[in-house]
Design a protein around this ligand. Structure first.
Ligand code: CMC
Length: 390
């Protein structure tokens, strides 16, 4: 990849190293998460993701991300209650969702709704830590309600009000489907939410930090982050993975499909990562859930196809460090849970809102405006040609 990191000359003739896509560039010090891309290790504030997936809940992990320490029992109970009490969104925001075109992209709807939500925060321009923590809790609690309402709007159904006696994950599934989920479905989603909650300076988190670094406001930062997450190279990949599986159609067509993609230099969605050059630890956990759900539903086809894609990709490009990322197995996990494919990326946002808000707060604690350079390699002193002479 020599051409993606190369020496160039700036306007004053000075040689500088140029890293396309800011590859490997350290843009900040952050205490929120840490990734060892060679060993495949992800830590949230020092704790391995496997530990959190096995023992924590999304609510506890969120508290941890926002407050830098695990809560004591009463603190966790209070925090869960706080989240529950913020599940309702203003009626005007629900009306806004009702007014949107039913066929619009779900991430576009989410982005616009987050922006709209900011209009109902009378202090939206006040960037104190206390206000931003309050705002973060409100956003984290509101995201499931908003995403579920968007889904129901898109399928022409009436909205389902949040339930106070369900966990964050269970209540989301309840609001989407109109019925309480099984304990297992709620557990699987809870773990998926833990796994997606933060991930260093990924594109959407960096976007949020760049926006807040101008001392803008939390809603501007989060709506921009939603827009960034939407892209198929980032969070949009989980939905693309499902499209890929459907396009391939059956196990016997996998080999031909993958080999053709590689031969024509096209990406296989759900593989590769800027930081991991080995197996993404989140994908490992999600692949186990995908397998279990495949067995439970008796529909093993999508899981078996995914395993086959993985096997061929390992054989062909594993030596280049291209392995499944988080989006690869989350696709079949959500599919087996009966969730609409258009909801896959919004569900990522329902989780990542924890990380985004934690990063916005962290950025403001020691803020300096993000302002990198661009080098202009074009001609200089170009004469201005009057319009009639062109
Ligand atoms: N399939 C086939 N080849 C790949 C893939 C892939 N999925 N990903 C990378 N490569 C190859 C690429 O062709 C290139 O080869 P060469 O050096 O011979 O030209 C090399 O690996 C480096 O690729 P790159 O695109 O320069 O790498 P990057 O660090 O800029 O991109 C990535 C990282 C995630 C954008 C990329 O791997 C990709 O497009 N993957 C598919 C989309 C995807 O799954 N995105 C989810 C990312 S992880 C979770 C998240 O953020 O949501």
């Amino acid at each position: 990849m020599a051409d993606k990191v190369r020496e160039i000359f700036d306007e004053s003739g000075q040689a500088i190293e140029f890293r396309e896509g800011l590859e490997g560039v350290v843009a900040a010090l952050s205490m929120i998460s840490s990734i060892d891309g060679e060993k495949g290790i992800l830590l949230y504030r020092g704790i391995p993701i496997e530990e959190l997936a096995a023992h924590s809940t999304f609510e506890e992990t969120t508290y941890f991300l926002l407050n830098s320490r695990l809560p004591k029992q009463q603190e966790l109970r209070d925090f869960e209650q706080q989240l529950k009490s913020h599940r309702q969104v203003p009626a005007a925001v629900l009306d806004l969702i009702r007014s949107f075109p039913a066929n619009a992209n779900a991430m576009d709807l989410l982005r616009t709704t987050v922006s709209g939500l900011g209009l109902y925060d009378p202090d939206s321009q006040t960037n104190t830590v206390e206000k931003n923590i309050e705002r973060a809790i409100n956003l984290i609690a509101s995201f499931p309600t908003i995403v579920a309402a968007i889904q129901r709007r898109r399928s022409g159904k009436e909205f389902v009000a949040p339930q106070q006696d369900l966990s964050h994950a269970a209540n989301f599934l309840y609001m989407v489907n109109g019925e309480a989920p099984s304990e297992y479905a709620a557990k699987v989603l809870d773990v998926a939410l833990i796994l997606h909650a933060d991930h260093g300076f990924n594109a959407s988190t960096f976007t949020a930090r760049v926006v807040i670094s101008s001392l803008s406001d939390m809603y501007s930062a989060i709506s921009a982050a939603v827009g960034s997450l939407k892209g198929p190279l980032h969070g949009g990949a989980n939905s693309e993975v499902m499209s890929t599986l459907q396009e391939i159609g059956s196990l016997d067509k996998v080999e031909e499909y993958v080999m053709n993609r590689l031969a024509t230099k096209q990406k296989v969605m759900g593989f590769g990562h800027r930081v991991y050059h080995t197996y993404d630890p989140r994908a490992r956990i999600l692949s186990q859930f995908s397998q279990k759900l495949a067995q439970q539903t008796g529909n093993t086809k999508w899981y078996e196809m995914s395993r086959k894609i993985e096997e061929i990709m390992r054989r062909e490009v594993g030596s280049k460090g291209i392995y499944p990322n988080v989006d690869f197995y989350s696709a079949t996990v959500y599919y087996y849970m009966g969730l609409d494919q258009d909801l896959f990326t919004p569900i990522f946002a329902v989780s990542r809102i924890s990380g985004w808000t934690a990063h916005v707060i962290e950025q403001l604690q020691n803020n300096r405006l993000f302002r990198p350079r661009a080098i202009y390699p074009g001609p200089k002193n170009v004469p201005y040609v009057p319009i009639n002479d062109r």
